[in-house]
Design a protein around this ligand. Structure first.
Ligand code: HXC
Length: 274
């Protein structure tokens, strides 16, 4: 049995989702999971070629697709992505704020622009996504889902910029649950741990190796794209109807085990630089 067979094939057949950063990785996996259960799918991202390939995959799953080139740092580009999605797909029920940027660097080596860039993509981009979608979500009593990261809750060496950005995303998620709850809009986050085959894991495994990450989970393994995407669907369908303001860790127990193994490996790897 595949994970998606846990859901009815027409579970979200009259719904539309928009996924930022939906051209690749976890965000594309989420878009594909929604397509698999019948939703129509909007995706946006920075690279037209990548979006087109993703759109073809999503159409192959039976979804109507609207792909828009948009950088989440640009609020007008986000508004355009939302209005194109609404025009072409007939509305908007769920927004997934997934676009993110990351690199490994210790605080003393991050330029002001480097720090700002990650905050602008992850945190300000999430804010732009929420604001651009508000009217549609209000009209449809929809939901917003943020793709967060363990760095929001645990201090990881060389990830201060990401931790600051994602902690802000979690705070925004809770504020929206309070402010938009009266409109029937739900706001939640998922926190993927180490997920196989992602650019994020490739970047944070540099120098420390993958084993450090698997040993940092209670389950002793990486997660799969489908395991994250299935939770996104569950939170966005009636199963999640009374869940708002919640952070759901999809991390194999990483939050319990902590960042100590990574931090020791990372500080050992960069010690010669000091
Ligand atoms: C120090 C760096 C750097 C590095 C970039 N910068 N890489 N500083 N170390 N390795 C600095 C640059 O020098 C520049 O500052 C500033 O950041 C902006 O860089 P640009 O390349 O001009 O920005 P841009 O093209 O917009 O790229 C954004 C990016 C990039 C964040 C820097 O890495 C990116 O686009 N990433 C997207 C893909 C990605 O990161 N996916 C993983 C996300 S998920 P100056 O001062 O020189 O101008 C994730 C979760 C993992 O990470 C969780 C695992 C458990």
């Amino acid at each position: 049995m595949t994970l998606y067979e846990c859901f009815a094939a027409d579970l979200l057949c009259d719904r539309t989702v928009l996924v930022t950063g939906g051209g690749s990785g976890i965000n594309l996996a989420i878009a594909k999971a929604f397509a698999t259960v019948g939703a129509n799918v909007g995706i946006c991202g920075r690279t037209a070629e990548r979006l087109e390939l993703a759109a073809q995959e999503l159409r192959g799953l039976g979804a109507e697709v609207c792909a828009t080139v948009a950088d989440v740092r640009d609020p007008e580009a986000l508004e355009n992505a939302v209005s194109r999605t609404v025009q072409q797909l007939g509305g908007l029920d769920t927004v997934v704020a997934g676009a993110a940027g990351n690199f490994l660097a210790p605080v003393e080596k991050i330029s002001s622009n480097g720090f700002r860039t990650v905050l602008a993509i992850d945190l300000q981009g999430a804010f732009h996504t929420a604001q651009a979608s508000f009217q549609q979500l209000k009209d449809r009593r929809g939901s917003i889902l943020f793709v967060s990261a363990p760095q929001a809750h645990l201090p990881f060496d060389s990830q201060a910029h990401v931790g600051a950005a994602k902690a802000g995303v979690e705070s925004l998620m809770r504020s929206l649950a309070i402010e938009w709850g009266p409109y029937g809009i739900r706001s939640n986050s998922i926190v993927p741990g180490p997920i196989d085959g992602t650019e994020g894991l490739r970047r944070v495994s540099e120098q420390v190796g993958l084993d450090t990450w698997t040993a940092s989970t209670a389950l002793g393994r990486c997660g799969t794209l489908e395991e994250v995407a299935a939770v996104a669907v569950a939170l966005s369908c009636p199963l999640g109807g009374f869940i708002t303001g919640a952070r759901i860790d999809v991390d194999g127990g990483l939050a319990l085990c902590g960042s100590g193994l990574f931090n020791r490996a990372r500080s050992g790897a960069r010690a010669p630089l000091l």
